[in-house]
Design a protein around this ligand. Structure first.
Ligand SMILES: NC(=O)C1=CN([C@@H]2O[C@H](COP(=O)(O)OP(=O)(O)OC[C@H]3O[C@@H](n4cnc5c(N)ncnc54)[C@H](O)[C@@H]3O)[C@@H](O)[C@H]2O)C=CC1
Ligand SMILES: [Mg+2]
Length: 313
């Protein structure tokens, strides 16, 4: 059960008597609102936090015992809190619900909240309180897959695989899904190693494909990047679970074969062009810069920029 809500001090029109006999003047409405905002949170152990966009965020992981809070009691608390935030002109409510408290998501949904996203241990629901349709940003829109076109320049051969779990056995570059927080080049190198046993180094990005409503991305959009990699080992030891075949194939043969996915054929032609005429014709290279706000570094991918242009101030 939620502890009962106490009326704010000074509620009612006359103020109240103190034990010492003195009288408080009735607090101004702003003070009452502030008090209510604090005590509504405190009552449940919650600390609703305003954000810089005019919203308020509530994390149910902060709920203090009794943990066996009834759904109905939570629903009453939420209804009152939302009414107050609406009065205050808040634009949105973000409600973070630990997975074991999911019964509260049902209570929130019945008051108009909808899922924004879910991670392993919690879900986040939102309610838009502003005018017109919600302007809240959505969650992740794409998944990212990265493959490596590993070219052995001394032989003109490129590393290709056929997936085991596909109905069509077409040649493609080894690759797979990026891990959270993983750099593009690191995904390419890792996936190539996991699937083929070949070690390699990231050189550049060759192509980016964007495909919407991708079945393998749970209906979300799929971004598929193919990188150019340089091999540093050559003995294939491929993953039997993921791959049916794996080999070093002559680049010209890959360009000509009918047994390759269209994207593989196109990128093979691009790679052949770079191999013959210079990789600077095809490479989207990477430079690293310090990020201004976070104190971290980011990677910027772009076509080669001549020194004379880089140094323009
Ligand atoms: N046109 C092309 O050459 C191809 C491009 N791609 C792109 O590559 C990326 C993904 O590469 P992958 O090699 O598929 O990823 P991946 O190398 O990370 O492997 C994903 C693994 O998850 C397994 N898997 C997928 N769905 C599953 C499910 N529902 N239940 C259990 N296991 C499941 C797969 O069998 C596979 O072993 C995507 O961006 C995709 O668009 C994938 C295949 C062909
Ligand atoms: Mg794969």
């Amino acid at each position: 059960m939620l502890p009962r809500r106490r009326p704010p001090s000074g509620s009612g029109s006359k103020g109240r008597h103190r034990p010492g006999g003195g009288r408080f003047p009735p607090p101004c409405p702003a003070m009452v609102r502030l008090w209510r905002a604090r005590s509504w949170g405190a009552l449940a152990g919650l600390r609703p936090r305003p954000d810089k966009f005019g919203g308020v965020s509530v994390d149910l992981a902060e709920l203090r015992p009794p943990l066996r809070l009834e759904q109905a009691a939570f629903g009453r608390w939420l209804r009152g809190a939302v009414a107050r935030w609406r009065e205050e002109g808040r634009l949105a409510v973000w409600l973070h619900v630990p997975i074991l408290q999911s019964r509260f998501a049902e209570a929130a949904a019945s008051q108009g909240f909808a899922f924004h996203h879910a991670e392993e241990g919690s879900s986040t629901l939102t309610l838009w309180l502003g005018e017109g349709p919600s302007r809240l940003p959505g969650y992740a829109t794409h998944q990212l897959g990265v493959a490596g076109a590993v070219l052995d320049e001394s032989t003109g051969k490129v590393l290709v695989v056929q997936d085991r779990n596909k109905t069509l056995n077409a040649w493609k570059f080894p690759g797979g899904l990026s891990n959270p927080g993983e750099d593009i080049g690191d995904t390419a190198v890792r996936e190539v190693f996991e699937e083929t046993g070949i070690k390699s180094e990231f050189k550049s990005i060759l192509s980016i494909r964007q495909q919407h409503q991708h079945p393998g991305a749970f209906g979300k959009s799929d971004m598929y990047i193919i990188c150019r990699l340089e091999p540093s080992s050559f003995n294939i030891s491929f993953c039997q679970q993921e791959c049916l075949r794996c080999e070093w194939m002559d680049l010209m043969e890959l360009v000509r074969t009918k047994d390759a996915t269209p994207i593989t054929s196109n990128v093979a032609k691009l790679l052949l062009y770079g191999y013959r005429e210079g990789f600077d014709k095809i490479d989207i290279t990477m430079r690293e810069f310090p990020a201004v706000y976070t104190g971290r570094f980011y990677k910027l991918y772009h076509r080669e920029l001549p020194e004379s242009y880089r140094n323009i101030t």
